[in-house]
Design a protein around this ligand. Structure first.
Ligand code: CA
Ligand code: CA
Ligand code: CA
Length: 266
């Protein structure tokens, strides 16, 4: 038997390529879960998804003079601000920004580790009050972040792993920072739930409960479909049906508890 050692090598190469690919996939997934040097177990889903409201003049201050500073959508998703590519929103002096998590919930960790991260950017370090809400109506004060990238431990405010929050509201501290005309107040790049659970995909099941009425029709004959709730009194549904010589099929809702029949009209 003359075995050719080269015969096996293509398979080995394929296996190696696959393992390498698998390894690279794992590495790249691990990297996508780290944003601004902070590990977010739920990855991209961790970040705020929609703007509920942006109220830059809430504290009585002027609108940020620069129009590009007034785009609240720039606080959504993962942090993406760079000094060359400014992607944040300016709160305004005492201004407010309310964001919502759509595909994730902020929750407590059961200990004092950070649960919520606020990415504040720009040359100034400006303080921001943080409130959280489960329903967008009842708000809980969870303290203040002291500028730059800072976190909140919501367990310290009596919440835990069973509390699921969908809303975060940020309010600039009007007594901190210089509040320039162009960029007054804190500048928010992103808001992320470190401690988060992904929102369950709620399957939508449409159950159509129907009774199918089938009857042989004769050409030219007329039929009337009727319903009854007591099998004694029958009420017409729609106009008479003209026979085609075919078997006619009609479907009716049964959730009302009705019975159905088709009668031949004289
Ligand atoms: Ca999200
Ligand atoms: Ca915590
Ligand atoms: Ca941003």
């Amino acid at each position: 038997m003359n075995q050719n050692p080269k015969k096996e090598s293509p398979m080995k190469n394929v296996a190696l390529i696959f393992s390498l690919f698998f390894l690279l996939t794992i590495i790249s997934q691990a990297q996508t879960n780290t944003f601004g040097g902070i590990y977010f177990p739920q990855g991209l889903a961790s970040f705020a998804d929609t703007v509920v409201s942006y109220e830059p003049t809430f504290g009585g201050g002027a609108l940020p003079a620069v129009e590009s500073a007034r785009n609240p959508a720039l606080a959504l998703g993962p942090p993406d601000y760079t000094p060359e590519n400014v992607k944040d929103v300016t709160l305004g002096k005492g201004g407010r920004l309310t964001l919502k998590f759509e595909n994730n919930f902020l929750t407590g960790s059961g200990d004092s580790t950070p649960d919520l991260h606020i990415f504040e950017v720009g040359p100034q370090v400006e303080d921001t009050f943080v409130e959280i809400s489960k329903d967008g109506t009842n708000w809980f004060d969870v303290g203040k972040v002291f500028g730059s990238t800072d976190s909140v431990d919501i367990d310290a405010y009596g919440f835990g792993t069973n509390d699921l929050f969908q809303y975060v509201r940020l309010r600039d501290d009007p007594n901190e920072g210089s509040h320039s005309a162009n960029y007054p107040g804190a500048d928010i790049d992103a808001v992320g739930a470190v401690q988060a659970v992904k929102a369950a995909h709620r399957p939508v099941i449409d159950l159509e409960v129907a009774i199918v009425l089938k009857f042989q029709s004769f050409i030219g004959s007329r039929y009337q479909v009727q319903y009854s709730t007591d099998m004694a009194l029958w009420t017409d549904i729609g106009d008479p049906i003209i026979g085609t010589g075919e078997r006619l099929i009609r479907a009716f809702d049964t959730t009302s508890g009705r019975s159905y029949r088709a009668i031949s009209l004289p």
